[in-house]
Write a protein that binds this ligand. Structure first.
Ligand code: FES
Ligand code: FES
Length: 164
């Protein structure tokens, strides 16, 4: 017998804007963000928590949105790559360095990596290159070979530490 889909109203703040949305109780958060909210900067690769391309922030912490249900963000504050730059206008420090160091090619993995770094580098002000490599190792990139991503991340850590 097919399972009944239940609907639920959820309230949340996305990139600084209040929302109230009706959602199917079994809908994945990654699908909800892309399909219902139109935030297509959050990419979906594996849908199994492996590639990291769907990473967003929930209450300031990096989370793989393909491993959560949309109903779980009720009363939460969430951010996607669309909300990571200052007032959606200037590139953030990390975005600027990704551009500067050519740390992307197709760009599929990039939003997820930037969301992870945007959480980690601000919570770990003296992160070493090794720690940064460990954090990035949770993301799959098919194009860059990682070297330019690591350079961009290390430079970003320096600038964040110096409050540039
Ligand atoms: Fe979520 Fe790959 S799509 S980790
Ligand atoms: Fe293409 Fe990373 S830049 S997957």
């Amino acid at each position: 017998m097919p399972k009944t889909i239940k609907k639920k109203y959820i309230n949340f703040i996305l990139n600084g804007v209040n929302y109230e949305e009706e959602v199917d109780d079994r809908m994945l958060l990654s699908d909800f963000i892309r399909i219902n909210l139109g935030m297509t900067g959050t990419n979906i690769g594996c849908e199994h928590g492996i590639c990291g391309s769907c990473t967003i922030h929930i209450n300031g912490r990096a989370v793989r949105s393909c491993l959560s249900l949309a109903v779980e963000i009720d009363n939460c504050k969430i951010s996607t790559i669309e909300g990571i730059s200052k007032k959606n206008q200037n590139l953030s420090i990390i975005q600027k360095n990704f551009k500067q160091y050519f740390a992307l090619q197709c760009g599929f993995c990039t939003p997820g990596i930037i969301m992870t770094l945007s959480d980690y580098l601000y919570r770990n002000k003296n992160a070493s290159e090794k720690q940064i490599k460990d954090v990035i190792s949770g993301h799959l990139c098919r194009c860059t070979g990682y070297s330019s991503i690591i350079k961009a991340a290390v430079q970003s850590a320096k600038e964040i530490n110096n409050n540039v």
